[in-house]
Design a protein around this ligand. Structure first.
Ligand SMILES: Nc1ncnc2c1ncn2[C@@H]1O[C@H](COP(=O)(O)OP(=O)(O)O)[C@@H](O)[C@H]1O
Ligand SMILES: [Mg+2]
Length: 320
């Protein structure tokens, strides 16, 4: 089978509106049609998987057809769950007289801009480390570009940050042990928890940087800004050792679109398509046609999926 369809994890990135959610759904559907058990995870706040699969989503993993489950992550709910988890972890670690103040601080932190992201990342981490064993593949429909990059590079950043923190705590602990006891090491539960978390981040990182298991797709349209943004995003990811191998150029004007207006649009688009082939010469470039209406039903999604599959097959012929 095509190497591309044999991955464990897929991340689908790109600017809002280019067709990430549609591509993710189509890819998940295609994999499930190949007999795999697939989980499609949407982290986009504007969910529409329910519409695409004609099913109500309640923020939990929902089976939408044979071999295909969908999870729409609700970031507000996730932050709440995450914060409660943090509070639980702290229980027993701080003096009970301090608990109110500590909770107040945690609630303040929960309202900060990074909290939602941390919560989301925590959920993705547990999907990758635990839930993955129930599936052949997980497809992540990630939110717009900047956010996605931060999310994917977080383990690395956290790693560096935590190394520093762990060092400092070790030192403090050493002094503490020397002062308070007879130099005997004391147990440090916070230190243990930090190590545990760091281990988890490192494990996810191993998954994310293993190209036999993980594939990154970028969706774009044949227009100036999406091309520029894609170049920038791919470069940033590359700096963090994440390599994007596949591009989906979506909404390409089909041959059969006629009329003078379309002729002009196609002419304009041709320049950009050539540019894409040029700039991304070493990548797999899949071109998907603009359909005559938006993809809002399962039937439309099936048409889109057939196009995706034939693009992949054509690519394989070229590789030979
Ligand atoms: N090939 C296509 N032809 C026609 N409409 C499309 C195509 N791909 C996506 N769309 C429509 O474009 C809009 C944006 O797609 P979506 O997948 O939600 O983008 P994103 O997740 O990147 O924001 C949706 O209304 C979708 O139905
Ligand atoms: Mg989307």
């Amino acid at each position: 089978m095509l190497d591309f369809l044999n991955k464990k994890i897929y991340f689908v990135g790109g600017k809002g509106g280019v067709g990430k959610s549609t591509t993710s759904a189509a890819l998940a559907l295609l994999l499930s049609k190949q007999g795999k058990k697939v989980l499609l995870v949407s982290t986009d706040p504007a969910h529409n998987m329910g519409d695409l699969f004609h099913i109500n989503m309640y923020g939990e993993i929902t089976s939408v057809r044979t071999g295909l489950d969908v999870l729409e992550i609700n970031s507000e709910k996730e932050t709440f769950r995450y914060i409660n988890g943090v509070k639980d972890n702290i229980k027993g670690l701080v003096k009970s007289t301090m608990l109110d103040e500590v909770h107040r601080q945690i609630d303040l932190a929960a309202a900060s801009p990074g909290a939602e992201e941390a919560a989301l990342f925590d959920r993705i981490t547990s999907l990758i480390l635990e839930t993955i064993h129930q599936y052949d593949s997980i497809v992540f429909d990630t939110a717009p570009t900047g956010h996605t990059i931060r999310l994917l590079t977080l383990p690395e950043l956290m790693g560096v940050w935590m190394d520093g923190l762990l060092d400092r705590r070790k030192k403090i602990n050493k002094n503490y042990a020397e002062w308070m006891n007879d130099g005997e090491p004391v147990e440090d539960p916070i230190y243990e928890k930090l190590i545990e978390r760091k281990d988890r981040f490192m494990k996810v990182r191993d998954y994310l940087l293993n190209y036999d298991q993980t594939e990154y797709l970028f969706v774009l349209n044949a227009e100036r800004l999406p091309i520029l943004e894609t170049i920038k995003a791919i470069e940033t990811l590359y700096k963090h050792k994440i390599h994007v191998h596949t591009l989906v150029v979506n909404k390409v004007i089909p041959e059969k679109a006629d009329g003078q207006f379309m002729e002009k649009r196609r002419e304009n688009e041709k320049g950009y398509l050539n540019e894409i082939q040029d700039v991304f010469a070493n990548k797999r470039v899949l071109m998907l046609p603009l359909l005559d209406r938006d993809i809002s039903s399962f039937e439309d999604l099936e048409t889109f999926t057939i196009n995706l599959e034939s693009c992949l097959l054509a690519g394989r012929e070229q590789d030979r």
